[in-house]
Design a protein around this ligand. Structure first.
Ligand SMILES: Cc1ncc(COP(=O)(O)OP(=O)(O)O)c(N)n1
Ligand SMILES: Cc1nc(C(=O)O)sc1CCOP(=O)(O)O
Ligand SMILES: [Mg+2]
Length: 214
């Protein structure tokens, strides 16, 4: 098991970067306060995914920001990523743990409350509530957890809770106050005119809400 004490989680989406260089967007996002990055590539084959992940890891290492790989265990292994994120259509966290060992952080999407009591949730280092609010960025989702859903799940687990889905500066504080530990964001940062400024605004809301709930 690995610690997961991050606050602002960038999930990449090249399309959402509106023609700008992904590596530039990521670096700006880090300057604004992103402290963990997931490389999410749904179209690349494994060799191309590895190549991109290697380049991204070099950049992230400069800032001591951990790299999470979406779905692909082979890529996570090849680049010695900090961890991997899997959901219900991917290899299970139990299988991934067997392949990557205790030294990899595993994130697991929670779409149904019944998942909480499974071995898959038990071996995960963080749980992602998927989605908090419906989002055009990913439409193959089940239901929206909403703020009430976060509070409900918060009472049932001590694991770090990552919220994802339609998160931006204007709802960041309420999501943290409802019980999330970390906010995962695609478009509000990748598609922002100034990704650094956008990340900074979200980070400020996170810190403000977290300080208020101490
Ligand atoms: C932080 C985070 N949370 C949820 C997801 C979604 O994972 P999944 O359900 O496996 O869907 P895909 O991203 O693989 O399409 C995520 N990637 N990251
Ligand atoms: C990658 C991803 N997973 C989700 C889930 O619900 O599991 S929602 C999502 C995309 C989130 O994008 P945005 O910040 O633009 O709303
Ligand atoms: Mg997946």
């Amino acid at each position: 098991m690995m610690p997961f004490s991050y606050r602002l989680y960038l999930v990449t989406d090249e399309q959402a970067c509106l023609g700008r260089d992904l590596f530039w967007v990521v670096e700006e996002a880090i300057k604004g306060g992103v402290d963990v990055v997931q490389l999410r590539e749904k179209q690349l084959d494994t060799p191309a995914f590895i190549q991109k992940a290697e380049r991204l890891k070099q950049l992230l290492d400069k800032y001591h920001v951990p790299l999470i790989i979406n779905d692909n265990v082979e890529v996570a292994k090849a680049v010695q990523a900090y961890g991997i994120h899997v959901g219900n259509s991917d290899q299970s966290p139990v299988t991934v743990r067997a392949q990557l060992g205790a030294e990899a952080a595993i994130g697991y999407s929670i779409e149904y409350e019944t998942q909480l009591s499974t071995a898959n949730a038990a071996v995960a280092d963080y749980l992602a509530l998927s989605p908090i609010f419906a989002t055009p960025t990913k439409t193959d989702t089940v239901t929206e957890w909403g703020l009430e859903g976060i509070a409900h799940i918060r009472k049932q687990t001590q694991k770090p809770l990552v919220a994802i889905g339609h998160i931006a500066a204007d709802n960041a504080g309420s999501i943290i106050k409802a019980g999330a530990d970390c906010l995962a964001v695609v478009s509000a940062i990748c598609s922002a005119e100034h990704p650094a400024y956008a990340a900074e605004k979200i980070r400020i809301e996170i810190e403000r809400a977290a300080a208020g709930s101490l």
